[in-house]
Design a protein around this ligand. Sequence first.
Ligand code: CA
Ligand code: CA
Length: 590
Amino acid sequence: MNTRTPTRSWRLTTLSTMLASAVLAAPAHAAVSDTDILNDSKTTKDVVSYGMGPQAQRFSPLTQINTKSVKKLVPAWSFSFGGEQQRGQEAQPLVYDGVIYTTASYSRAYAVDARTGQKLWEYNARLPDGIMPCCDVINRGMAIYEDLVYFGTLDARLIALDRKTGKVVWTKKLGEYKEGYSYTAAPMVVKGKVITGVSGGEFGVVGKVEARDAKTGELVWSRPVVEGHMGTLNGKDSTMTGVKNATWEGDQWKQGGGATWLGGTYDPETNLIYMGTGNPAPWNSWTRKGDNLYTASTLAINPDNGEIKWHLQTTPHDGWDFDGVNEFVPFDMKKDGKVIKAGAKADRNGFFFVADRTNGDLLGAYPFVSKITWAKGFDLKTKRPIYNDEGRPGNPFDPATQGAEGKGKPVFSAPSFLGGKNWMPMAYSPKTEMFYVPSNEWGMDIWNEPVTYKKGAAYLGAGFTIKPLYDDHIGVLRAMDPKTGKIKWEYKNPAPLWGGVMTTAGNLVFTGTPEGFLKAFDAQSGKELWKFQTGSGIVGSPVTWEMDGQQYVAVVSGWGGAVPLWGGEVAKKINTITQGGSLWVFRLSQ
Ligand code: CA
Ligand code: CA
């Protein structure tokens, strides 16, 4: 700077000071912060996390669309994912800075103008021929942090894209797809780290939870969820998971399963990630003695170092592929004049669990489907099921009960392995203090048979046929009181429910059906108030936000997922439902 011209120098200094303070006061562009994610459930102008908040209550405080006005809800626009790649669309959209970010089948990602439905960019992951997704080519959505969006692919990679351009910033391998690893969940960002699990429980993979630096993708910690495996922290061994061979025999823990195939939840009050783990491998429980920790469990994990703080195993020694991955939703339970820091999980095994989220103490285990054959109930003190021994498929290694071709005696089991509730997320309203649980009424004939582990091959040792329990319905949306386990209302649907649920302060509950309808119900009474036909089955999760003074609702439509692939007699009943792939956005008519 020229010191001989003081006037000019003063002007320059003032200008630079002004510029500096302007930069401090208003960032050059919007970027998603940790605070934005932690407050997501309260901020109505964006949806920056899977679950509409890291606790995944899927509750919005918005009231413009309510029990009175919902009859005026109409489409604002619809966007087609296009191409010939359809099948299941299980994503939950994110909304930020006037843009909707969503994924679609076959590992595709989109950014769409939230006001007009105009496509801003599209990213197609190039997939190898040998991918092994067990249950359709689905994806459940993205995470967003600062200027990046993140999603996982069917060949088990985690990809970070520039949210403005859709260009790849980094890619990390989560597992070897040739061994059966894949990835379909929506990632989660906790304190600047991207948290992921892995899919592949039907191939004898080992489940793990991992944290990566959100900016660089560098691995911070890894926590395998099967006893005996070693965790890592900052590139070094950290601690062993559990105690080797405490609940597994021999080397079975090496292909022990426990796939962490659904995203977790995070509670800032306890600073814990709650992650579910899938079935022990193989399905045939006669091949592996013991509880097989930590499969079929909810794990509470410290996000800073990957250490397991507590576990709640909801199906010890699982013999039905009940998994345990379903979301554990933190909520404050007002009971007997106290506020209990609780969490709830509607398990595949048919029980709705309420636990103390600080320590995993079991507070309640209530049936939420009409028929459960594998257990009579739970002992809350020991946290163990009271098994019905005759509900376990017969031992194929016992000559007394062995049938044709070395098969064990088949049993009829309810729920089926597709679960009293599968992956589709429930919602919790702090206003009605009720959970809204998408459930299904079905059972299965299941039998066990011998099996040996082969890398990259299905590792079940079981066969099955799924059957509906009732002629007129399979799906039931239920309003559950977590304090008592009582069901306040239920809505019965002919086809199985496979989409997520959302509830709002407008006293509404939204969910989609395979028949193609997005529906709204009165949160108190369960009365159906509104529906709209989207042209294909809905197996995605709705969201709501506020933009330009109006409340909007978005959902993806496109039938698919595990039911048409594995549904047995159920699949035959619903094979007339057509495929699709589109994003729908609604608002009240003017
Ligand atoms: Ca928000
Ligand atoms: Ca499984």
